[in-house]
Design a protein around this ligand. Structure first.
Ligand code: AMP
Ligand code: ZN
Ligand code: ZN
Length: 302
């Protein structure tokens, strides 16, 4: 197998592009995909302050690494949800990357301040994944606002986005489909959110992490058994194996043709924002979803 560009020995084959690359040209390919996403969706400029949300996994650590290589001075945010040994290990990986890059890592100790996320979920009678999502979204925005960041970046990749799109299409959730973009503009104290790895697959990001010797937590989160999204990923991978390129065509072509889905107002619109009576942050309801969630802990705390 030879590199498509220089014909030397390839280290990775990319069936979806019908090509293979040596290490140097794979990095070139990788950075070009990140640059293309940033430019196409006007995600940010080098002068803007970027906060990368890092979970300790390969996607978000590779994102932080790649943005730094590309000259974007990004800082990291890690939220410790108090998940047994998993949170400790993943925090360690985030700290290691912060040291390697010489960048600031902000750590939020949710588990210690409130309770482990599984306890919160149980008390609120919510699934662990949904409680975890509420907590993460809350801190992504709050920390960015308080610390003066212009944009919040997450490590969502092409597989994540394609699986989410498939799920939304299977249910014909038109308003969700219309807004499933790699950029959510800033609005009413909700900071701009971006997904610069949306053009790269999980496998390509794993290769980037491996070739850069990035240590990351390999275990899946013990709580994250979001079986539907795993099912959609499996289904897309099955199709991809038979017909390489279908996955990226499915998602990237959607991005090109997104205007055919018109946005109709829903409860999830970022307009009509009030202020949470407890924490004062922007909210669509009198009490924000984070404060509602942790309120179930009150009897425990007293
Ligand atoms: P997930 O919802 O676990 O698929 O993660 C999606 C993205 O959210 C990751 O790529 C990270 O950018 C971010 N993220 C996940 N967990 C954390 C965490 N504990 N702290 C900060 N960011 C996180
Ligand atoms: Zn080459
Ligand atoms: Zn609140």
């Amino acid at each position: 197998m030879k590199c498509r560009v220089c014909k030397s020995l390839a280290v990775i084959s990319l069936p979806r592009h019908n090509s293979a690359f040596c290490k140097e040209h794979f990095f070139e390919f990788f950075y070009n995909q990140v640059k293309k996403a940033i430019k196409e969706f006007r995600m940010f400029r080098p002068s803007e302050r970027i906060l990368v949300c890092v979970s300790g996994g390969k996607d978000s650590l590779s994102l932080w690494h790649a943005l730094t290589v590309l000259g974007y001075p990004a800082d990291g945010l890690y939220i410790d949800l108090g998940i047994g040994g998993y949170s400790e290990k993943s925090k360690e990986m985030a700290e290691k990357m912060a040291n390697l890059l010489g960048r600031r890592l902000i750590i939020v100790e949710f588990g210690r301040e409130y309770a482990p996320v599984n306890v919160v979920a149980k008390r609120a009678r919510r699934s662990e994944c949904s409680a975890c999502g509420t907590i993460k979204r809350y801190y992504f925005n709050r920390v960015a606002l308080e610390e003066g960041y212009d944009v919040v970046a997450t490590g969502h990749n092409l597989d994540d986005e394609a699986a989410r799109l498939l799920g939304n299409i299977l249910r014909w959730h038109i308003p969700f489909i219309a807004k499933q973009l790699p950029v959510l503009e800033e609005e009413n104290e909700l900071k701009k959110k971006v997904k610069p790895l949306c053009r790269l697959t999980e496998q390509e990001i794993a290769a980037y992490a491996f070739l850069n010797r990035i240590s990351y937590i390999r275990d899946e989160c013990p709580m994250s058994q979001d079986s539907t999204s795993l099912l959609y990923k499996r289904a897309l991978n099955l199709i991809e194996a038979e017909s390489p390129g279908t996955k990226h065509f499915f998602y990237l072509e959607f991005l090109k043709q997104r205007d055919i889905f018109s946005v109709s107002p829903t409860n999830h619109d970022r307009t009509g924002i009030k202020r949470c009576e407890i924490c004062g942050s922007a909210s669509q309801t009198d009490i924000c979803s984070f404060c509602r969630l942790v309120s179930y802990l009150q009897p425990l705390k007293t």
